[in-house]
Design a protein around this ligand. Structure first.
Ligand code: DAH
Length: 343
């Protein structure tokens, strides 16, 4: 092949490649075409193998012709890529057009967890009666959770509350009663507080959860009697479960109260007639209560000759289950939106 033939051939190849590039619809195809012509083993390279056999002056001409051919193909390649990108963008602008007339999605309306709703309702009832809210830590020492509450070491009453112990000897509080101690150590009577919060016990079934919520009540003043306790809780029952809800006090035992009483309300499902929920007794147990034991006053340095008081403790889950008609305590903690959205 002489140099003029080579020039013609290079010109043809360039035209051919430019025409092919103009046809491709995808970036990958453009790359392929370019490589077929300009690659290391491409057609142009192959053609240029004649170069060593050419005369010196012809080599220069052949080199120029080959460069022209290459840059024509490269230019066509770049041009086609740019075109493809433009087309792609135009296509996306068309198909992904934003419909500004579409109404915005509303954020879900927050209503609060059912337990929190009930807890707030209960706090409001006691706030109306002049109780302040006091809070305490969930990690407690034996002193606050047991000892100062008149649980002697090794006393079987401690076994009533299966306790999560920490390695350092502290524990997860088993009830909110330790806040009674913290309040009495921190403030002088008269006192009137409730303490809502989380408590922990090694216990789990459809009515027990290892973490649950209580509201503690404590009132300390001169001349406080069991009648005050009774009146307070009777009023609470009516505010919480509706006017005319009867209450019943049953003798019980708690180390930190003497006397102690378990408080029942008349069954709200059968009007005290007896049904499955109240096991045919007509009554539902809702809280524990009693007069503050003088030993507790001694432990916190309050003069039990001068002051008396009452205390009570209620389970928020228990009350929420009764008020909302929920039969499995675990539903509160599973975070299933199908459940939570109902409240
Ligand atoms: N702390 C008790 C418990 O968790 C409940 C309780 C009973 C609290 C009687 C009191 C009370 O303040 O007087 O089982």
């Amino acid at each position: 092949m002489n140099v003029s033939e080579l020039e013609v051939r290079l010109g043809e190849l360039a035209d051919q490649a430019v025409a092919e590039l103009a046809q491709v619809a995808r970036k990958e195809d453009a790359i392929q075409v370019k490589n077929r012509y300009l690659g290391k083993k491409g057609v142009v390279q192959e053609l240029m193998q004649v170069l060593p056999s050419l005369a010196h002056e012809d080599k220069r001409i052949a080199g120029q012709a080959s460069n022209q051919c290459k840059s024509a193909i490269e230019q066509a390649y770049e041009g086609q890529l740019a075109r493809l990108e433009r087309d792609e963008l135009a296509r996306r602008m068309e198909s992904e057009r934003i419909d500004v007339t579409l109404p915005a999605r509303r954020p879900p309306v927050r209503s609060g967890h059912p337990l929190r709703q009930v807890e707030e309702e209960l706090i409001d009832i006691f706030a109306e009666m002049g109780f302040d809210v006091a809070e305490g830590p969930e990690i407690e020492s034996d002193f606050y959770n047991f000892e100062a509450l008149n649980f002697p070491p090794d006393h079987p009453a401690r076994d009533m509350q299966d306790t999560f112990m920490l390695d350092d000897g502290r524990l997860l509080r088993t009830h909110t009663s330790p806040v009674q101690i913290r309040t009495m150590l921190g403030y002088a009577p008269p006192l009137r507080v409730i303490s809502p919060g989380r408590v922990y016990r090694v216990d789990s079934d459809i009515t027990h959860s290892p973490v649950f919520h209580q509201i503690e009540g404590l009132l300390v003043d001169t001349n406080v009697t069991f009648a005050d306790l009774k009146g307070t809780l009777a009023h609470f029952a009516e505010r919480c479960f509706g006017p005319g809800t009867p209450v019943r006090f049953r003798p019980s035992f708690f180390p930190f109260t003497e006397p102690s009483a378990e408080v029942d309300i008349g069954c709200i499902f059968c009007a005290c007639k007896g049904c499955r929920v109240c096991s045919n007794t007509g009554w539902l147990e809702v809280l524990g209560s009693g007069m503050v034991d003088p030993n507790v006053f001694d432990a916190v340095g309050i003069d039990s000759k001068k002051y008396t008081g009452f205390a009570f403790g209620l389970g928020v889950e228990r009350i929420a289950m009764l008020k909302l008609g929920i039969n499995d305590i675990r539903l509160f903690f599973e975070n299933d939106l199908r459940f939570l959205r109902q409240f």
